[in-house]
Write a protein that binds this ligand. Structure first.
Ligand code: EPS
Length: 412
């Protein structure tokens, strides 16, 4: 990986820390832009009481000076405002046994990491697992993603998302997505582009809440303005579709990822799936407009979701991500008490009814990180200026090849 990131932190610990390594020097960054994504992640109908406590924002710790990256690892801290309520339970040094027993979790929730985690890590208290498995960790990922987004923005790439289903209600996808996508999606409290289904989604969330249940759904992430040629067909671990899917599948509660037409391709004829190629401009086969990041080619459709052979085509990168319902149920499922071995009801902790609107923001972050990584792989550079020169030279060379091909064919 050329852009690496790691996070540390527990849901009710003192803070989360994110380290992003590999950004070029000279990238203008501002905490405000990172905080905007953090606050977008906290929104959405169906979130629980925790989101009323927190005001996620970053504090720069390292790697940034006078509003620009230095090329060194960037470290950011997100404080947990809930920490004072948990200081004794989550104390770093040995605490009174009574404090540790308080809020001990011995009834693992089906669907969460609780049971597999305590067995694997030999812990008696499932809190030792769930604190890190909590989806609150995604705040730290969104901060990393916001820096990746900042880099992509320098190259005209826009990453946005919208909710396509929630609680079994499907939102219609407009044939032309709005630009910018997030301005439109963020106007909806469930982040749909189809206002006719909003009330029904809200009703289902209310109904699930009343029943002590939870809801899942799907989001679509779209990255527009991506240059042709990111990723590679040559080796399995360089294929960008595989890298994207891996990052997206690592989001808590995500159970599926589709690219472009997704699973539907398996049910269609080849002629209905593959995207016919056309030339730029007059359609007579070039030459392309100078500086065309698609090399002078267009697709009539984009069922491939902007990726062929693990390489970007220059068409929008389109992925869909499916999230299962949150596993903390207020009407709990059956489980086994870890201390007695007796049948019990699973732990009910404060949680959300659904976090599907937030999933979009988190998935945007993962897509931005994957694309920024692939940009750094292709264009490298220790400074933003160097990376930009490499990018521009490559895009110019895409046009040059038309002249070379014509000469080789003996044309005029
Ligand atoms: C989350 C914070 C958590 C939950 C949610 C995500 O806060 P708390 O557990 O203190 O209420 O709202 O966590 C989960 C869904 C989970 O499964 O752990 C957040 O900041 O996104």
């Amino acid at each position: 990986m050329h852009l690496r990131f790691t996070t540390a932190g527990e849901s009710h610990g003192k803070a989360f820390v994110t380290i992003v390594e590999g950004l070029p020097a000279g990238l203008p960054v501002a905490a405000g832009a990172v905080d905007r994504d953090l606050s977008r992640r906290m929104q959405g109908y169906g979130r629980g009481a925790r989101m009323k406590i927190e005001r996620d924002r970053i504090e720069w710790i390292a790697g940034v000076r006078a509003g620009e990256t230095l090329g060194s690892p960037v470290a950011m801290l997100i404080a947990n405002r809930d920490w004072p309520n948990w200081e004794d339970v989550m104390a770093h040094e040995a605490a009174e046994p009574g404090e540790l027993r308080r809020r001990r979790v011995s009834r693992p929730r089906p669907g969460h990491a609780d049971l597999a985690g305590v067995l694997k890590y030999a812990r008696l208290d499932a809190r030792d697992i769930l604190e890190r498995a909590s989806a609150r960790e995604t705040a730290a990922r969104v901060a990393a993603g916001a820096l990746a987004r900042r880099l992509l923005d320098e190259f005209g790439v826009e990453v946005g998302s919208h909710v396509v289903t929630l609680g079994g209600v499907a939102a219609a996808r407009p044939p032309e997505l709005p630009v910018p996508l997030n301005d439109a999606a963020d106007r909806s409290e469930v982040r749909v582009l189809d206002s006719s289904v909003e009330a029904e989604i809200v009703r289902r969330i209310d109904e699930a809440k009343k029943a002590g249940d939870t809801l899942g759904g799907e989001v679509e992430v779209v990255a527009r303005g991506v240059v042709v040629g990111l990723g590679s067909h040559v080796s399995w671990d360089r294929k960008l579709d595989g890298r994207l899917a891996g990052l997206l599948m690592s989001i808590p509660a995500v159970k599926g990822v589709e690219i472009g037409m997704g699973f539907e391709v398996a049910r269609r004829l080849g002629s209905e799936v593959h995207d016919p190629i056309s030339g730029a401009g007059d359609g007579a086969g070039g030459p392309p407009v100078a500086g065309d990041r698609r090399g002078g080619f267009r697709r009539e459709t984009n069922n491939a979701g902007g990726l062929e052979g693990g390489i970007t085509t220059g068409e929008p990168v389109v992925v869909r991500v499916a999230m299962k319902p949150i596993s903390t149920l207020m009407s709990p499922l059956r489980t086994v008490d870890l201390s007695s071995g007796a049948a019990a009801n699973a732990q009910s902790e404060r949680s959300d009814v659904t976090a599907v609107p937030a999933l979009g923001v988190i998935a945007e972050a993962m897509v931005a990180l994957a694309l920024a990584d692939a940009m750094l792989e292709k264009f490298g550079g220790d400074s933003l200026g160097e990376m930009r020169r490499n990018y521009q030279a490559y895009v110019a060379s895409l046009g040059d090849r038309w002249v070379a091909s014509r000469d080789a064919a003996g044309g005029s």
